[in-house]
Design a protein around this ligand. Structure first.
Ligand code: GUN
Length: 276
């Protein structure tokens, strides 16, 4: 069964819109875009579209992709000091010549509505989810919550290694008392773990890495990414074959953006409410 994210995301957007409509001072989100790759441009367009829908003020700072590390750092420092900017995000990934870790490190943690700064990620590690959760891991949990599943005894496998999806998703599942296994490209036989898993999170960018013989019946599979080769879309999971096993699967693309952006709007609203 493929999950109908459209309904889940729309409900979140409508809920945010209802709350923001009643606010005297509308929340504002600033988005820094440095690298013009097609995925980032689409992401940013979605952020603009849904911010407008939710009545959230939106400003795009579109920088030249050849900007130097020093110039970008100067802009980040200025945003940190600018009292008119309460929250901003730097769209990732950044161009190869930019040191991404250094840039994330420079973002003022109090203005970091993506929750990527080490200080904020640390809060998750110490089981504090009362502030925010990075957007992609946040919707992974939101979708699992939507199924009303009891996390307590579930075996979860998270495949890949990244700071913005894999690590926080792993942490959140641990916080929920799942028994979590983390796999990556050096894992010798991923199927050994996925075959036994109740929840599988794939965020790999590797076409059809997860096939139907690697999963058990009724597992919940969250497929975060896809790859485009010769204009054809390949999911991390062989969605059609796995679907025959009555697994519950998220369809990508499209709604990965919708859900991630919905969580960003949620974080922006929450920041505004906490700081009012
Ligand atoms: N690139 C892909 N997902 C995200 C996200 O949630 N935030 C930012 N800043 N960049 C991204």
């Amino acid at each position: 069964m493929l999950i109908n994210w459209r309904e889940i995301a729309q409900k979140i957007y409508d809920d945010i819109k209802n709350q923001v409509e009643k606010m005297e001072n509308k929340p504002k989100l600033v988005v820094i875009l440095v690298w013009n790759n097609s995925a980032s441009l689409r992401y940013v367009a979605q952020k603009h579209k849904w911010a407008e829908y939710c009545w959230i003020d939106y400003e795009l700072v579109h920088l030249d992709e050849n900007i130097s590390q020093e110039e970008l750092e100067t802009i980040i420092n200025k945003l940190n000091k600018d009292d008119n900017v309460s929250w901003y995000i730097v769209q990732l990934p950044l161009a190869k010549h930019i040191n991404e870790i250094k840039i994330i490190d420079l973002i003022d943690p109090k203005k970091d509505v993506d929750w990527f700064h080490p200080e904020n990620q640390w809060k998750l590690l110490i089981w504090d989810e009362s502030w925010f959760v990075p957007c992609t891991p946040a919707w992974i949990i939101e979708i699992l919550n939507d199924f009303n599943i009891d996390f307590n005894w579930k075996k979860a496998v998270v495949v890949w290694r990244s700071n913005i999806v894999w690590k926080p998703a792993t942490t959140l599942l641990i916080n929920k008392w799942c028994t979590v296994t983390s796999c990556n490209s050096k894992t010798l036989d991923i199927s050994k773990y996925t075959k036994d898993a109740d929840i599988i999170v794939m965020a790999v960018w590797k076409p059809w890495l997860l096939t139907s013989d690697m999963v058990k019946k009724w597992s919940l599979i969250i497929d975060v990414w896809f790859t485009v080769i010769d204009w054809k879309i390949y999911w991390d999971c062989d969605t059609q074959e796995i679907d025959k096993k009555w697994c519950i699967i998220t369809p990508v693309p499209g709604w990965v953006w919708a859900m991630t952006v919905a969580m960003l709007m949620k974080n922006t609203l929450k920041s505004a409410l906490l700081n009012k």
